[in-house]
Every structure is written in structure tokens, then in C-alpha cells.
Design a protein around this ligand. Structure first.
Ligand code: IPT
Length: 956
């Protein structure tokens, strides 16, 4: 016998999907039937528990005059300046005790009230439907005092028939929303918990004879070039597609020659479904998705996903995205060469899929399902393996599939994310396969692939992916027959991800590997008055996962991070490679469908990083997979300066997503190397009082430290091995073996001591001998600074000899020094274009660049090492020229690396009176260990005897 008392809020903890809603059906934005948006200002009252208030507010005539207001769509915790509670961020931990389906008594409950009149032209006949596109996590709905029902499934649509209840004026729509419900157990995605009516609320007129559900089947036969269209419709009618001369009855197939739809060539045909009571516009894309020969094929060809995981995010509005923001995402993706999106981990706002159809992106549409927190109890009581929950799971599957089935962009249905395994998932897969045979089913959590059409993994190492590519990874018989994708890889948290170029090479080497999806698209930082962007813990959460929520390729304000620029280069659809001589380049078409006729190729030589002029290069309109050798014009004589060739592939004409001239791909190579500047050690160090003068520099006679170089005050010049550890250096807490950020700090590399062993002034050099080592350890670096000059140029040669048993690589190795803060506002250098590290340098284009000092800082939401420029030959700032032999990594910042290391938010960083310069001989790789593998061994900064030098001079 249960002691639980029954309250009117029992539905909150009921495992069922809800009551009262209509069966799910295809979603469309417009038709000729009237609709009324109920978005806007709603009256709002927040209660602490699910049943604190009775339902009298739903009655007509209720006076909500003293209630607050919120904007719908929206999340109440992001409105009201904190008066309505705060967001909570957890990765996979449930922020409440795990006792399914029970939820806490403290259950923030938002009563929403909206009074509306029908427009004057609202038809008097027919019915009406009230549609909610997304409410987190459970809602109970009344119209004009009559209860319509209640529902769960936050990112799924729910419709209610309301025709009989509507009045011309003063309709009272009341919605009670509970933050926690049984549904919360199914919605444990790694993101902020954000209650509210966060998607549109719409009243739809349903004329007599209006369209019900309909299913557009539009396939393409690549062997004949014909498409077959058949629109199955609950309500009989006709289907027309004027451009194809199609006018047929619903349910009747018609086959005609068509241009197929693909992510690269997103050909859509405008059509119309006409039922006796409604005309619904259709946008039809013909394509056929099959599993054949162990490969995912569309229109007869294997495709390669160059994808990203996209959560819906806006730094002020949370998951309440407007159309402008959605389009911005799609345009940014297209402009960065992405061709695929996994809608992690729930179906997006339906308008996003319209944009994917229109601009061309393959979509893995994922169901609103994750039960990750059950991993804490070895998946005991996991709802996906408990029959009581199966109706809710099937309801979620159906609401996704029915809503989104008419989008050509959707090629995979995904059952959900991180939900373990179980009968409920199998039931979902069976239902989906039965309902829609024209798409494939994805789920990562079952490595035996019992329910899926693809072997999918997340964060598998390069080595493992390679083994899977070679099909020597074992697994079940079924799995061995399946293609492979990485539904998540390249964890873009903070600086990184590293190693994605290496993954791409492996993906392209093996047919079975059909690409992957970077984790993830955008940092979920929340705009905050004091902190810049808030992340987990900033709202005082009891449990949280810090900045693990900021792991995107774009910053919260949608500015691309270096990670996105890198990914764009890594996945570019045209490969332009030199043969080493500078005489010819090999151009390869890496598209799956498009030829190269939409591109114009531009070619230039540069001398010392400056282009000598741009010319058009004629490249044949290669078909996918084809290559051609293209001869380059003769290179100019660099006369000792470095000569490079650069070939860029640009859009020949404006496209819907990018303007004419937009750069799609590029390649670069060396024709002739530079001759590093030679410095004769002809000047003598001259000692006077406390200073030693050598050429253009003065030194402290006792310490041997430079005081001025080329007229600039120099402070603190010494060896530097520390970098403010990146999220990928620090690694994830569950990875305890080789998290170098942790090992470095444990060894004390952030607090190196510099012992002075001697200052020697000889005829041709000033030599300073030191030993650099952390307290409490016996390892150290014998470091010798040797200064020489010809009277004008000053050369510093740094020799480093390790001592002791070094078991870790170094974060960085180079020198750093301070200059007065006002030395320079910008830097001119010849080197790589943007931020780069050993395994994130694919997009680093050699040239002369002039970033402002502040542009050299990458604003990772949690501050960390950033901004290094790779392959710098020389740099000039404030009248000082620095030339490296060999090339070096350049960074400049207005705070020290220690300050950067200590900062938690960008607002912790304030410029001081010193500009800090790092000239590095080496940097350790970045990797992806904040959730995946660390850097590959070839990107380690191994401790070994090393020598490097810099030449300082006054700029000409
Ligand atoms: C993986 C999740 O699927 C994703 O939602 C996100 O949490 C990501 O990790 C990390 O940012 S699960 C991972 C712990 C294997």
C-alpha cells in the first residue's frame, strides 16, 4: 500500500507521455489556412512546487493583473534578472535524486497565461488546433477553463484540438509548466536545464477538408536520372509540381526525369498538396538513401560526413532560437565547408530543417532522449530497458519522425544519445524502420549495432578508427558489415580540437569510414553582467560541470573560433597539393557530387610573404574523385628571400550561402626557402659600471639579463616552459592516465626556478649560464643564453640540455620577455595566419599579417593558452624586428601566462603595464583530451637537447 497522497499534479511523475494531444503529424510552417502566433508577452507566476497553486488561474475571468510577465518563446530562468530562478548546468548527473519516475518536491512551476482575440478574418467554420513546438519539461494546458491535457517531450511538438472552445474574443490560454517531471529522466542531455515554453505557440485554423498528416516520398534513381514522387495523405487530394509537369492524386506515384537533391546540390522543387480544404506548399527534394555494399549511399554514391553536432544555443535566449540565428548557423556551416549536422541531442526547431533542405546539409535527426545519469548506477533502472517507459519512448520516436519526415536533408533517424541499451530502444528502432524505410537508423550506445544501420562511436582514437577502417576491429557479425561514423569526435572545448587533420586523412583512406561530427557547434555560455559569459557553477549550482558546456567551434556570440577555421581547411572539398618543386600542383575534387565548375582558381607567388599579384589558374571542371596536374607559371627570383606559391579555390559566382570570391579551399608550397640572416660575432661586450653593452643592447652586468634591446626596455627575459593549461591539456576527470596538464602542474612546471650559474663576457659573446627547474624535483634544464652582435644585429642563441629523468613532455619551450605596454598596438609578421599549435595548424596560411595586439588573443570563455602564431620567420613591433632561426611560435599578450592561467572568466583579465612576448621554439600538441584522446605522439614536445636562436634589430 502506498502512503503517497494523491494530488492534482500526479501526471508530473507519470511515465506516460501525456494525455489529450492529437496524434503527431507532418509539420509545416505555412499553408493557406489561417494561423495565429501566440508568441509574445505572457503573464507569468512562479511557484516553488508543482501543486502550490490550484488551477483556478485557468478559469475565464481570472485576474492575473499582479503577475509578472515573460516572453514566449523563452525560458523563465533566463528572464526576470534572476527573480525566476537560475539555470543549472550538469553534463550527465541528474540534478535531483535518481528515483525514477519521482522528482523533487521543489519543482519550479511556471503558470503562463495569455488572453487573445481571434483576428477579425478568422473563419467561423472548421476546427482549430493549438500547437506547442517545445516546452520544457512538462505542461498542462487549459483553454477557456477547459483542460486540454498534459504532455512531456520537451523538444517535440504537441497539438490539441480546440475548435469547439474558441471564442471571437478574450480567449484564455493557461499553461502550467513544471521544470521537473518523469520526462526529465529521458532528457539528461549535456546542457543547461532550462524550463519554459521555449518554442512557438501557434493557433492553426483547420478548415473542413484540411490536410492531415502526409508523407512526401521522393526518391531518385541514379541509373535512370528519374525521380519518383508519391505523397501519401490522410486526406485525399492532389499534388502538383509545376516545374515537373506533375499533377497527380495523392497516393499515386509518378516518375519523371529530375535533378536530384544532395547536400552539395540541394535542388528543391516547389509543389503543392491540395486537399478539399487546404493548400499546403511543398518543397520536394529527390534523393535515395540506402545501405549498400556496407556503405551509406545517397543517389548511388557513398558520402563522407563532414559534420558537427549542433545544440540549439543563444547566449541570451538559451534554446529559444529565432529564424535569423538559425540561418546564421546554417550559413556559417556552409561557409566553413561543413556538409552535415547531427541535431544533438533532440529534434531542432523545425525551421532549422527547412534551412538544411534549402542550403544543403545532411542531417542526422536525433530523438529527444538521453538517460546518461543512470551510468552512475551501472545503468540500473534505465528507462530504456523498462517496459513501463516504452510508450513514452515510442511517443518520442513518433513525434520526431512524423514531424520531420518530409525533409530531404534528413538521412538518418537517431534514437537518442547516451542512453545505454535496452528493449525500449529496440522498440523505437523497429517502429522507425517500419514507418520509414527510406532512411537509416543511428544510435551510438549499442556497439553491437543490434538496432542500427551504422556502426557509430564517439571519441575513438585515431588508432582505433584506423583499425575500424581496415575492418580488423572485430565486433559482431552484423557490425562488421556496417559502415562507420564518429558521431562525436574532436572535442572543441577551449583551445582545440587538435588532431582533426589526422582523423580526416584516416576517414579519407578507408571506404568503410564515412566521416564524423565534431563535438560541438557552439559554446553554451550565458551572457552575464560581471563574468562576460557564465558557465556551470556561476549560478551557484549545487552540482555542476563547469565550463564543459563551452566546447563549441563558435563562441557564444557566434564568432568562429580557430577550431572552426581549422576544420574548414581540414574538410575542404578541393585538395591542392604541390609536387615539391613548385612547378605543378595536383588539384583533386573531394566533393561527393559536385564538379568544380562553380569554382575559380586564383594563383599567386609571394616573396618574403608578400604576394606578387594574383592570376587566374585554369583548372578543368573535374568530376568527384578526379585529379589533375596543373602547371604553375615560373616563379620570381626571391634573391635570398623565401618564395611561396599559393593557389586558392574561390566561388565563381554568388551562391545562396556565400558570395562570389568566397574562399573554399587553398594550397600553398615552397619554391625557394629563405636564407636566415647571418650575424658575425664581431662586436665585443663592453662593461661599464652595472651594465654591459653589446651592439644594440644593454645587460645587467650581474645577472646578464637584457635591460634594453634596440632602444626598447626589456624585462624578465628568460626561458619559459609553461602555458596556461588548456581544457584539452587538463583532460577530463575520468581520464587519469596521461593528462599532461595535471602532470605538468604536479611536477611544478608552472613555478620554475631560474638559478644563475655564471655570466661570462668574452671577446665575441656574452654568455649567461643557468639551470631552470621546479622546486622539489631533480629534473632540470641547463639553459645557456649566448648573445652575439655585429654592432647592429643582436643574436640570442638559447641552448637547453635536460637533466634528470623527464617523464613528461613540456608545455612549451622558448623565451618570454616584457616590453612597455605602449610599445606597439599591432604586430607585423611573416608566418602563419591565425592561432595554431602543432596539431591545429592546417589552416595556418603563410604570409605577412598585421594583427592588432588584441587580435592575438583568442577569447576562450574560460581563459587558457591561446593565440600562438606558427612558423613565424620574423616579427616586427614597436620598431623592433625579431627574426628566428629556425622559425618560431609567436604570442603577445597584455597579461602574463600566470594571470591567464589563474583567470576563470575573460573579465578576470585586465591589461597591465607590460606587453608580454613569447617566442617559442616548440609547443606541445593540443589533442582532444577534454573528452577524447590526447595529442598524437608526433605532436609531443619531447624534452631533449635543443638549440634555437633569434636575431633582434631595429626595423628598417
Ligand atoms: C558525450 C555526449 O554525448 C555529449 O552530449 C557531450 O556530453 C560530450 O560527451 C562531451 O562534451 S558523452 C562522453 C562523456 C563520452
Amino acid at each position: 500500500m502506498s502512503l503517497r497522497t494523491t494530488t492534482s499534479a500526479d501526471y508530473v511523475e507519470d511515465v506516460s507521455p501525456g494525455t489529450g494531444a492529437l496524434a503527431p503529424r507532418a509539420w509545416y510552417a505555412v499553408s493557406d489556412a489561417k494561423s495565429l502566433s501566440l508568441n509574445g508577452d505572457w503573464r507569468f507566476r512562479l511557484s516553488a512546487t508543482a501543486d502550490a497553486e490550484d488551477d483556478s488561474f485557468a478559469a475565464q475571468g481570472y485576474d492575473a493583473g499582479d503577475w509578472a510577465e515573460v516572453t514566449v518563446p523563452g525560458h523563465w530562468v533566463l528572464q526576470g534578472d534572476g527573480a525566476f530562478g537560475s539555470p543549472i548546468y550538469t553534463n550527465h548527473l541528474y540534478p535531483f535524486p535518481v528515483d525514477p519516475p519521482r522528482v523533487p518536491t521543489e519543482n519550479p512551476t511556471g503558470d503562463h497565461l495569455r488572453v487573445f482575440d481571434l483576428p477579425e478574418d478568422w473563419p467561423g467554420d472548421g476546427g482549430a488546433v493549438l500547437r506547442f513546438d517545445g516546452v520544457e519539461s512538462c505542461a498542462r494546458v487549459w483553454l477557456n477553463g477547459t483542460e486540454l491535457g498534459e504532455f512531456k517531450g520537451s523538444r517535440l511538438p504537441h497539438e490539441f484540438a480546440v475548435g469547439q472552445l474558441l471564442k471571437p474574443a478574450q480567449n484564455v490560454l493557461a499553461v502550467r509548466v513544471h521544470q521537473w517531471s518523469a520526462g526529465s529522466y529521458l532528457e539528461d542531455q549535456d546542457q543547461w536545464w532550462l524550463p519554459g515554453i521555449f518554442r512557438d505557440v501557434t493557433l492553426l485554423h483547420r478548415p473542413a477538408g484540411a490536410a492531415g498528416d502526409f508523407f512526401v516520398h521522393a526518391s531518385y534513381d541514379h541509373t535512370t536520372g528519374e525521380g519518383t514522387l508519391r505523397v501519401d495523405s490522410d486526406v485525399d487530394g492532389r499534388v502538383s509540381v509545376p516545374a515537373l509537369d506533375i499533377d497527380v492524386a495523392t497516393g499515386e506515384p509518378v516518375t519523371v526525369p529530375v535533378e536530384p537533391w544532395s547536400a552539395e546540390t540541394p535542388k528543391l522543387y516547389d509543389g503543392e498538396l491540395v486537399t478539399p480544404g487546404e493548400r499546403v506548399p511543398l518543397r520536394i527534394g529527390f534523393r535515395t538513401v540506402v545501405l549498400e555494399d556496407g556503405l551509406i549511399k545517397v543517389n548511388g554514391r557513398a558520402i563522407l560526413f563532414k559534420g558537427v553536432n549542433r545544440h540549439e544555443w543563444h547566449p541570451e535566449k538559451g534554446r529559444a532560437l529565432d529564424l535569423v540565428t538559425m540561418r546564421e548557423d546554417v550559413l556559417l556551416m556552409k561557409r566553413h565547408n561543413l556538409n552535415a549536422v547531427r541535431t544533438s541531442h533532440y529534434p531542432p526547431h523545425p525551421a532549422f530543417l527547412d534551412l538544411c533542405d534549402e542550403y544543403g546539409l545532411w542531417v542526422v535527426d536525433e530523438c529527444d532522449l538521453e538517460t546518461h545519469g543512470f551510468t552512475e548506477q551501472a545503468w540500473r533502472d534505465n528507462p530504456v530497458d523498462d517496459d513501463r517507459w516504452t510508450p513514452a519512448l515510442l511517443d518520442r520516436a513518433a513525434r520526431m519522425v512524423e514531424r520531420d519526415k518530409n525533409h530531404p536533408s534528413v538521412v538518418f533517424w537517431s534514437l537518442g544519445n547516451e542512453a545505454g541499451t535496452g528493449r525500449g530502444l529496440t522498440a523505437m528502432a523497429e517502429w522507425i524502420h517500419g514507418r520509414d524505410s527510406s532512411r537509416l537508423v543511428h544510435y551510438e550506445g549499442d556497439w553491437n549495432c543490434r538496432d542500427t544501420d551504422v556502426y557509430s562511436r564517439m571519441y575513438a582514437s585515431h588508432e582505433e578508427v584506423e583499425r575500424i577502417g581496415r575492418a580488423v576491429d572485430g565486433g559482431t557479425h552484423k557490425r562488421r558489415q556496417l559502415p562507420f561514423i564518429q558521431c562525436e569526435y574532436g572535442h572543441a572545448m577551449g583551445n582545440g580540437p587538435g588532431g582533426i587533420a589526422d582523423y580526416q586523412q584516416i576517414f579519407e583512406r578507408y571506404e568503410r569510414l564515412q566521416g564524423g561530427f565534431i563535438w560541438e557547434w557552439i559554446d553554451h555560455g550565458i551572457t552575464h553582467p560581471e563574468l562576460g559569459y557564465a558557465y556551470g557553477g556561476d549560478f551557484g549550482e549545487e552540482l555542476h560541470d563547469g565550463n564543459f558546456v563551452c566546447d563549441g567551434l563558435i563562441f557564444p556570440d557566434r564568432q568562429p573560433s580557430p577550431g572552426l577555421v581549422e576544420y574548414k581547411k581540414v574538410i575542404e572539398p578541393v585538395r591542392i597539393e604541390g609536387d615539391g618543386t613548385g612547378g605543378t600542383v595536383r588539384v583533386t575534387n573531394a566533393y561527393d557530387f559536385a564538379d568544380l565548375s562553380h569554382l575559380r582558381f586564383e594563383f599567386s607567388h609571394s616573396v618574403d610573404g608578400l604576394p606578387t599579384g594574383a592570376h587566374t589558374l585554369t583548372v578543368p571542371a573535374l568530376a568527384p574523385g578526379e585529379s589533375a596536374e596543373v602547371k604553375l607559371p615560373a616563379a620570381p627570383d626571391g634573391q635570398g628571400e623565401e618564395v611561396l606559391w599559393t593557389v586558392r579555390a574561390l566561388l565563381a559566382e554568388d551562391t545562396p550561402w556565400g558570395p562570389k570570391g568566397h574562399e573554399v579551399a587553398w594550397g600553398q608550397g615552397t619554391v625557394a626557402p629563405r636564407t636566415p640572416v647571418a650575424v658575425a660575432a664581431s662586436a665585443r661586450p663592453v662593461r661599464e659600471e652595472r651594465l654591459i653593452t653589446l651592439g644594440p643592447a644593454t645587460f645587467d652586468a650581474r645577472s646578464g639579463a637584457p635591460r634594453t634591446i634596440c632602444g626598447l626596455d626589456v624585462s624578465g627575459l628568460r626561458l619559459d616552459v609553461w602555458r596556461a593549461t588548456t581544457d584539452n591539456d587538463d583532460g577530463a576527470s575520468w581520464q587519469d592516465d596521461t593528462r599532461y596538464g595535471v602532470l605538468w602542474r604536479g611536477l611544478g612546471l608552472h613555478r620554475m626556478r631560474h638559478r644563475l650559474d655564471g655570466v661570462e663576457s668574452t671577446d665575441d659573446a656574452l654568455t649567461v649560464r643557468t639551470r631552470v627547474a621546479p622546486a622539489a624535483a631533480e629534473v632540470g634544464l641547463r639553459t645557456v643564453y649566448r648573445w652575439t652582435s655585429d654592432g647592429t644585429l643582436l643574436k640570442l642563441t638559447v641552448s637547453v640540455t635536460p637533466e634528470g629523468d623527464w617523464t613528461v613532455p613540456l608545455p612549451r619551450l622558448g623565451i618570454r620577455f616584457g616590453l612597455p605596454a605602449d610599445t606597439a598596438r599591432e604586430v607585423l609578421y611573416f608566418g602563419g595566419s591565425g592561432e595554431a599549435y602543432p596539431d591545429t595548424r592546417a589552416a595556418s596560411m603563410l604570409g605577412q599579417w598585421t594583427p592588432g595586439i588584441d587580435d592575438l588573443h583568442t577569447p576562450y570563455v574560460r581563459p587558457q593558452e591561446n593565440g600562438a602564431r606558427a612558423d613565424v620567420r620574423w616579427a616586427e613591433l614597436g620598431g623592433l624586428r625579431i627574426e628566428g632561426d629556425p622559425e618560431f611560435w609567436f604570442s603577445a599578450r597584455r597579461w602574463t601566462n600566470e594571470q591567464l592561467d589563474a583567470a576563470r572568466h575573460l573579465t578576470d583579465l585586465t591589461p597591465g603595464d607590460t606587453l608580454w612576448i613569447n617566442l617559442d621554439h616548440g609547443q606541445h600538441g593540443i589533442g582532444s583530451q577534454s573528452c577524447g584522446p590526447g595529442p598524437l605522439p608526433q605532436y609531443f614536445l619531447t624534452v631533449e637537447p635543443t638549440e634555437f636562436s633569434f636575431v633582434f634589430s631595429v626595423t628598417e
